[in-house]
Design a protein around this ligand. Structure first.
Ligand SMILES: [Zn+2]
Length: 456
């Protein structure tokens, strides 16, 4: 697929008109995978003629375990890993075997993953990204600022006469980027949500003055709170690329809604909550030829949106990316069952408080205790009010509210990715560093209906 063709199609032609068109396209894509890609992979060769349901469901651990047999270039895992680690240590980002670039991902779970891309795959994604997000007019020179955790050959190819590309290493001190960024004055700003927030904060404080025409949030979930902060600092709503190491899963469209990237992926659903249809995506990617990604289950929980999009594209809409599967909150029900509680439900209750809350963190331990840290000018009042709101929410949802502990001030964020809501096992409370660091700040505690039920 020539890159120019990909660019033109993505830039000037709309998405699929209906589900039948998507099915036809994906059927052809799968046939091509079976014919051209799977036979080159020792792991998949014998599965090429079998129904898709017979292909094993992959995850990061399995993919790493069988890396040597899965990839189509006969690259041994140890060799790939060694090269990637060396490149990361030296901050020299051209770890290549011929035209194959080796990358290393950490992911939210901290487990390291290897990924491979060849020149064709990198050109394809470059073309798709540019087509989607390059501001008009196309002949005007654009200055793109990329904030990335590790450099990535995917993006390095972007530089040419029409595009100035600068790379900002997120592992370096943020202050060291500011002067260079101000001098570049990017027209397109591409960064993970956390870095966009930091830039928005500096812009709001008058430390920098940037005027990007497009802002693209990549690599981690962009919460509505963060999107609002970015929009208020820069005057533009950020676009979102929903991307995992394993593939580009979705983009926001012209109407600002997130769609699954069904032109390049088949997305099966592992439904975790039948009531809302919340699911973990199991992806089969047509574009990864070096390291095939077939029936790969991601830990993200997506909430589907049934309504058609005003943009006219029939690709599945996603109401939101709820978060990681093991960070879902479940509240117990009186009948012994449990109910999935969306972060959005809690977010809305916080937004409705009469006292403004600047930010919050929530950790649930097992199903019995919820610890809520509030950053507010009147934390105690906010805590009391939030307690009654959550009690009412639990009643509406027909479940039991866990014990609530409120803390004043936020614990430090652990790890590079901010998670406002986390779920940990019951016994984690005593070992949790972020909880221990803020024990002094406890302000209020409410025994929950769960405990009352236990006592009675
Ligand atoms: Zn749309």
């Amino acid at each position: 697929m020539p890159a120019l063709f990909t660019f033109l199609r993505n830039r000037f032609f709309g998405g699929f008109r209906d589900r039948a068109a998507i099915d036809r396209h994906q059927k052809a894509g799968l046939a091509r995978l079976r014919r051209k890609i799977m036979p080159q992979s020792p792991f998949y060769a014998s599965l090429a003629d079998r129904p898709m349901a017979d292909w094993p469901v992959m995850n990061k651990t399995l993919l790493m375990e069988h890396f040597t047999e899965i990839n189509t270039r006969n690259l041994p895992r140890e060799k790939a890993l060694e090269t990637a680690l060396h490149a990361e240590r030296s901050r020299n980002f051209s770890p290549m075997f011929g035209d194959v670039a080796v990358g290393l991902s950490t992911g939210t779970s901290g487990q390291r993953g290897l990924f491979l891309t060849d020149a064709r795959e990198r050109r394809l994604w470059t073309a798709v990204m540019l087509a989607r997000f390059l501001p008009k007019p196309l002949w005007k020179r654009q200055r793109i600022a990329f904030f990335l955790r590790a450099n990535n050959a995917l993006y390095q190819e972007l530089g040419n006469r029409l595009i100035e590309f600068r790379y900002y290493d997120l592992l370096k001190d943020f202050d060291s980027h500011v002067a260079r960024l101000q001098a570049q004055n990017p027209t397109v700003l591409v960064a993970p949500a956390q870095a966009l927030i930091e830039l928005a904060r500096r812009q709001a404080a008058g430390e920098i003055y940037l005027a990007p025409q497009r802002i693209i949030s990549v690599a981690e979930v962009l919460s509505p709170e963060d999107a609002a902060k970015i929009q208020s600092a820069f005057g533009h709503q950020p676009d979102q690329v929903y991307q995992a190491t394993e593939g580009v899963l979705g983009f926001t469209c012209k109407a600002g809604h997130l769609h699954l990237n069904e032109r390049y992926l088949v997305v099966e659903r592992d439904v975790i909550d039948p009531e809302t249809g919340a699911f973990c995506p199991v992806i089969t990617d047509f574009t990864h030829e070096t390291l095939p990604i077939l029936r790969y289950r991601l830990d993200d929980v997506l909430i589907p949106e049934a309504a058609p999009c005003p943009c006219g594209c029939a690709s599945q809409r996603i109401a939101r990316i709820e978060g990681r599967a093991d960070d879902m909150l479940y509240w117990p029900k009186a009948d012994g069952g449990r109910r999935l509680i969306f972060s959005d439900m809690i977010r809305q209750e916080i937004a409705l408080l009469s006292v403004p809350v600047r930010d919050y963190r929530i950790v649930q331990y097992g199903q019995s205790e919820l610890v809520i840290a509030l950053d507010s000018i009147a934390s105690e009042r906010a805590a009391k009010e939030l307690h009654s709101r959550l009690e009412a929410l639990a009643t509406r949802l027909d479940c039991l509210l866990p014990m609530l502990t409120f803390r004043e001030g936020l614990p430090p964020d652990l790890g590079p990715k901010r998670r406002r809501i986390r779920a940990l096992p019951e016994n984690a409370l005593s070992h949790d560093a972020s909880a221990a660091a803020t024990t002094d700040s406890e302000i209020l505690r409410f025994p929950g209906a769960v405990h009352r039920a236990l006592i009675a």
